[in-house]
Design a protein around this ligand. Sequence first.
Ligand SMILES: *[C@@H]1O[C@H](CO)[C@@H](O)[C@H](O)[C@H]1NC(C)=O
Ligand SMILES: *[C@@H]1O[C@H](CO)[C@@H](O)[C@H](O)[C@H]1NC(C)=O
Ligand SMILES: *[C@@H]1O[C@H](CO)[C@@H](O)[C@H](O)[C@H]1NC(C)=O
Ligand SMILES: *[C@@H]1O[C@H](CO)[C@@H](O)[C@H](O)[C@H]1NC(C)=O
Ligand SMILES: *[C@@H]1O[C@H](CO)[C@@H](O)[C@H](O)[C@H]1NC(C)=O
Ligand SMILES: CC(=O)N[C@H]1CO[C@H](CO)[C@@H](O)[C@@H]1O
Length: 800
Amino acid sequence: MTTAVAFTTSISLLLLLIPVALAKDHTNGGSYLARGSSVSIEDGTKATTTTILASPNGAFACGFYRVATNAYTFSIWFRSSSAKTVAWTVNRDAPVNGRGSRLAFRKDGALALLDYNGAAVWSTNTSATRASRVELLDSGDLVVVDPNGRRLWGSFDSPTDTLLPSQPMTRHTKLVSASARGLLSSGLYAFYFDNDNQLKLIYNGPEVSSVYWPDPFTTPLVNHRTTYNSSQYGVLEQTGRFAASDNFKFAASDLGDKVMRRLTLDYDGNLRLYSLNATTGGWSVSWMVFRGVCNIHGLCGKNSLCKYIPKLQCSCLRGFEVVDASDWSKGCRRKANLRATQDFSFRKVAGADFIGYDLLYWERVTIRNCKDLCLDNANCQAFGYRQGEGKCFTKVYLFNGKNFPNPHTDIYLKVPRGALSSSELASTVTHECKVHQKEANSTSLLFQDGSSNFKFGYFLSSALTLLFIEVILIIAGCWVVHKWEGRPEIIDEGYTIISSQFRIFSYRELQKATSCFQEELGSGGSGAVYKGVLDDARKVAVKKLNDVIQGEQEFRSEISVIGRIYHMNLVRIWGFCVEKTHKLLVSEFIENGSLAAVLFDHQSNSPVLQWGQRYNIALGVAKGLAYLHHECLEWIVHCDVKPENILLDRDFQPKIADFGLMKLQQRGSSAEMLSKVHGTRGYIAPEWALNLPINGKADVYSYGVVLLELVKGVRLSRWVAEGEEEVEMAGICSIEILKEKLAGEDQSWLLEFVDHRLDGEFNQSEATVMLKIAISCVQEDRSRRPSMSHVVETLLSLVE
Ligand SMILES: *[C@@H]1O[C@H](CO)[C@@H](O)[C@H](O)[C@H]1NC(C)=O
Ligand SMILES: *[C@@H]1O[C@H](CO)[C@@H](O)[C@H](O)[C@H]1NC(C)=O
Ligand SMILES: *[C@@H]1O[C@H](CO)[C@@H](O)[C@H](O)[C@H]1NC(C)=O
Ligand SMILES: *[C@@H]1O[C@H](CO)[C@@H](O)[C@H](O)[C@H]1NC(C)=O
Ligand SMILES: *[C@@H]1O[C@H](CO)[C@@H](O)[C@H](O)[C@H]1NC(C)=O
Ligand SMILES: CC(=O)N[C@H]1CO[C@H](CO)[C@@H](O)[C@@H]1O
């Protein structure tokens, strides 16, 4: 004992004496991080993972994990799995920028993930402690320890969707599934200890939440669980055995301690234990909760039936249509409005049931009585009836539908009378389920549906659901009544907010804000912009995006990075909306319109932009672009710098609009990106035509053109002799002349050159500098163009 203490003390003393060092070779991962050190994402890395630390046994590594082109998470992954399977992630819903973001073990003792702008996306609670080292243990636990090796914080305390052997499941931990195959962001399923001390699986859908495991219609006793042990503790052993305080246990089919294991709540709501095959690097399932996935709630959405044959298939009930064929979890909606009619009949769906959401439950009633019960209640959508027993239950929602042959139950759907004969409803409406992309590639698919062992307890279910329904009805009844057709939108704050000021808007909200997209502010290649006013009276510009990245999650990842960019010379992005085919961007509304409108409008009586204002605009735009290019994000090349995209606020401070859109749109084939010329004629750099890869210097070129126009007050394309075909060539022609003149002694020509509307009221030395910068910016050889930060310095050197 004493020797052990002495040993650890001397070890820690030794460690204190060793100069704090972090292994330089990040590709292999260092052994620990010392207080005060920090690691950045490697510049220009193309790899999926950038290792910061590796566990001594080589099993785990942690570091930056690429989730989209330029979006990274800080994660722990299995090194020997071929797909680098992620075991833990700190910022699954708020990826950081690929440039300039870093992991810092701060001097104050906290381990923090910092975005490109230094903002902490996450940090541990170890500030003001004696935290001295961060290390990744063999178990896969990333820990912050003090000089004595005491664990102050560990990643095991906050799992994401995976539990590792020896990582305890407690009242404070919860697994939350990923939102889809291959993605890290949070999904709708959770595995947790409920208030009654039982481990449960719950579906937290946008409209409803429901526990689907253990079987909610049977008692804990029947489920072999107990609710009396309040210690709320469970752990997976290395051998593959799991045991929890509520008596829930299981054992892997390949028991033994030689395999690497993980217990993951998959995106499809199934909890599976996986074993790693060390030779192939692939995973195989050694235990799982459900064999037939139709017992999992939410996969098929409402008003649809789930079949497992042995592949998940969802189909709409007759008289219903699918809301979104690419995402069956959104379910189906009625084609006919039930509210519009007073006269109903019922259509039988034999051998089926919808689990939960019962309004009433009766036994030993005739089918006629049951019908009347449903007719009497305006909220009743259907009733279930079991012949023989005379069991009757009326339903307010039709969720979790599936075949129910044993004991045989029929569902009678309430439909407007007359609908039965209509040909439209007579035709069978079934759809091949398109969620197969969401299915797991695991052995589970080889098993048959295990619905036959489903236990009944309608009485209990009704008692529970009645209470639940009552609450639901009071809260939601109103708008369900009015908007049965549409999908009611309950915005769950936790789910929709990506970071504090940046949020997801619903399409309906934006429709309302813009009064159905009435006032169009302008439109360009990327889409039309509409003026709107949010509920909190903020004025916004809402842009409908054309041709953006297809994948919703990828779109979200990218945009959440763009959304966190903040600079006074960049238009602030408040949020976005992705619904079905709609992709919209919500940004601040800038009062005085675009520079193009102010600068090129020679007719109206609006005041002429004064020289000081012009110089200020030149400086502001340069600062904005420099920020995009250098301070954080070389990856954000604007690609469409032009007076139309430079907006002026009430003090005529410039703000650049539309940055980052190129990034959202270019995704996919680079060939397409090149063939479809971004940017605007007259402002695009010559390298676009040469099919060279585009970098920040393309913006520098466009900026040069804007500078010339600011000085001259005329579009460059108008500036040269009319009849010229090639605008770019024409521009360069007169630029050669300008260059000569600027080099000359006599600068009196400037008076002729500068915008006549200024009546000679300008500063000659400033004009000369602006023109010199402009000319250096529009050089054909892009390597000779200055950088935007250099431009800022030059412009500032005059005024300071
Ligand atoms: C940090 O938080 C965890 C879990 O909330 C807690 O167990 C731990 O004691 C905290 N550590 C410090 C240093 O406050
Ligand atoms: C409660 O569960 C814990 C953890 O599984 C166990 O150690 C303890 O003995 C249980 N208590 C009772 C009273 O069964
Ligand atoms: C790993 O995969 C290989 C190839 O499929 C197989 O031959 C081997 O038996 C597997 N090993 C284990 C432990 O399952
Ligand atoms: C899923 O499994 C099928 C057949 O086993 C295979 O062809 C396919 O590539 C797998 N897909 C993924 C994403 O692993
Ligand atoms: C022109 O601008 C420069 C720098 O901004 C300033 O130092 C100089 O005084 C100005 N000249 C006139 C005539 O206003
Ligand atoms: C040209 C133009 O629209 N100018 C307006 C800029 O904003 C101020 C303040 O809102 C207005 O007074 C100007 O008319």
